[in-house]
Design a protein around this ligand. Sequence first.
Ligand code: NAD
Length: 426
Amino acid sequence: MAEKITKKLTPFQMAMLQFDQAAKILHLTENQIALIKEPRRVTEVNLPIRMDDGSIQIFKGYRVQHSVIRGPAKGGIRFHQNVTVDEVKALAFWMTYKCAVVGVPFGGGKGGVIVDPRNLSNHELERVSRRYMAEMSDLFGPDQDIPAPDVNTTSQIMGWMMDTYSMHHKRFLPAVITGKPLEMCGSEGRKKATSRGLAICVREMAKHIGIDLSEATVAIQGFGNVGSFAGEILEEMGARIVAISDIDGGFYSKEGIPMKEAIEYTHKTLTKTLKGFEKMGKVKKYDNPMKLLEEDVDILIPAALEEQITEENADRIKAKALAEGANGPTTPEADAILYKKGVHIIPDILCNAGGVTVSYLEWVQNRMGYYWTEERVNEDLERVMVNAFNAVMATAKEYKVKMRTAAFIVGIQRVTQAAESRGLYA
Ligand code: NAD
């Protein structure tokens, strides 16, 4: 299955390879592939922003609509200094197949702005967010393209963007964006939805491979929205979180790191990170935080950025299961090495699909103008995630392939069927 790759692939090349592996098994025709593989629309804008000191800076922004076959495009907006159009294309592609795997009626999209938000004041951050939405306002819409949070974008930013869109259209339009603050038409359960979905997948995988979660150890790379709450929920399920890391360092404790304390710590620091966490005592700081990935744990959760587990370190991964909170954390070469080693991978397009699932529920509630309880939302999330996990597991057994290829097979079949039912206008 694994092709020999000689040079480092970009995220989009990686995504295309994942697609090709599944498409080959499904014997898709060239016409079928042409309709569903490449992005439908790629938009690039330059955002002029007046900084607090009066100067003007230009920030580049992107929105990629990969597919609108199964519904409006759906996917987050990332603010990060290393954003590239290639990365945004990959992330939009993964959204198409993620939505299809969990069966929510959306296509795939993604956005990004090349900016390090740590260098912006709160007012500057608001201006970047509003200007991005204003520039893209024709692309977005509750029936066109619905963004959401991603790396470094918060519910507050979603609130500003919703306000900007509504002002432009002179109507209150909360369904244009999800992941909004609760008091501004957000959904109960959305904040922790990606992490809850991930924890449900880990629980199902643990049953499947015979790990007792109450005795399991976990390491988490990335302690933001996805990583921190994944730790909290898995801790509630009985697991011991022994290692965590973020952009400012990595920390280890054999006895387990109390998640509530760690999360509260990040709220108190200026940078909202784990910087200086070792000073609290109880934990040891890694000299090299990448070593966290190689810890001898039962479950490893990459929840930061792409391409963290590579050909270089895959052989040293000791975890029994790898739950991909981040999008694209494992390169195809590493994927092949881990598969050979018998590591059970819960692939990103399944593992982190809880976020888009509850985003869908938020969009439904916005359109009804009627809001559900957290219990109701979590019940739906539980059902959707367990069904998706079982569908992918059954497909992996049926086609005798790894879970990642199985997830793409499920997703590609659904998108292809929808494309065929719609036919071609022209
Ligand atoms: P976030 O900005 O809240 O958190 C990102 C975390 O990663 C931060 O703790 C940051 O410090 C850390 N980080 C960045 N670079 C790092 C590095 N080199 N080493 C270790 N840690 C590093 O973002 P998030 O929303 O939690 O997203 C994390 C990942 O999950 C991304 O890949 C994103 O695409 C994916 N994802 C997010 C959602 C969602 O609902 N937020 C849904 C699906 C997938």
